[in-house]
Ligand binder design. Sequence first.
Ligand code: PBG
Ligand code: ZN
Length: 320
Amino acid sequence: MKRFRKLRTDERMRSFVRENNISVSDLIYPIFVCDGENVKQEIESMPDICRYSLDRLPEELDRVQEAKIPVVLLFGIPEYKDEKGSMAYDDNGITQRAIRLIRQSYPELLVIADVCLCEYTSHGHCGLICDGEILNDETLPLLSKAAVSLAKAGADIIAPSDMMDGRVAAIRTALDENGFKSVPVMSYSAKFASGYYGPFRDAAGSAPAFGDRRSYQMDPADGRQAMCEIEDDLSEGADMIIIKPAMAYADILTKARGRFFVPLVAYNVSGEYAMVKAAAQNGWIDEKRIVLENMLCLKRAGADRIITYHALDIAKWLNE
Ligand code: PBG
Ligand code: ZN
């Protein structure tokens, strides 16, 4: 009989042999920033997560800094939306202004800028539309403009989440041509058409006005295709890869980990967060235990870093 329990006798022994750990440096915290003044508005389906206007954003950034979370991912929610998502690539757009504020007052924070049109378009789709069709190639110049504008504002990393084909190459070329050769691209390469994004769309007001995103985001049934998407994004110049959602897609993380050697990021999305929070609020689960277990399991599955709305709580628990 092999006695596996020898290595589980007490916490000293368990911690000595532990294969994976979670620390604040694993975490990326998403923040929603909106137009307007004196706004701190909780998102109903995402308890404890708020939208902040620029003047109130420092409250949240102070908490991030205090918690020693090194990286934030910014989502802008503009007042003005139109068919072409103009505010996505306006140098005075809400995301650009938020980045400038962070650059000025929180210089040690690493800022990732999400690049997509859906928060900025009146129809809520991630690309330009003609006769009900989401156009691919016509969308690329707009994404490129957004990327350059965000880099100009001071974004450290550009993260395209639109799932148009060829966007990494287009964005890379545009960044290079505009003096941003050293700004890396973290691509949402394997982004699935998922029901788990529901609460985010409430937060960003970005639910599509018609149809759905299945003509550009991946089918949840397809795992091999995710490897093709990642391979292609890397060949187009992506420096890091995001897989999204996280928990139900841990097999994709593991598969990608074995194949690719770039940093791999799991996005623990809004719906995953909402489920845990709801069960915890009902007293049905132990929130701290479940969240830390989820994070550890994502690391074990192959994630180097995790984007999560739980980041502030996790930092607090780790520091206890
Ligand atoms: C924008 C974008 C979405 C998310 C991140 N970037 C929403 C979507 O594709 O509808 C989802 C994040 C989350 O659910 O937490 N393209
Ligand atoms: Zn989008």
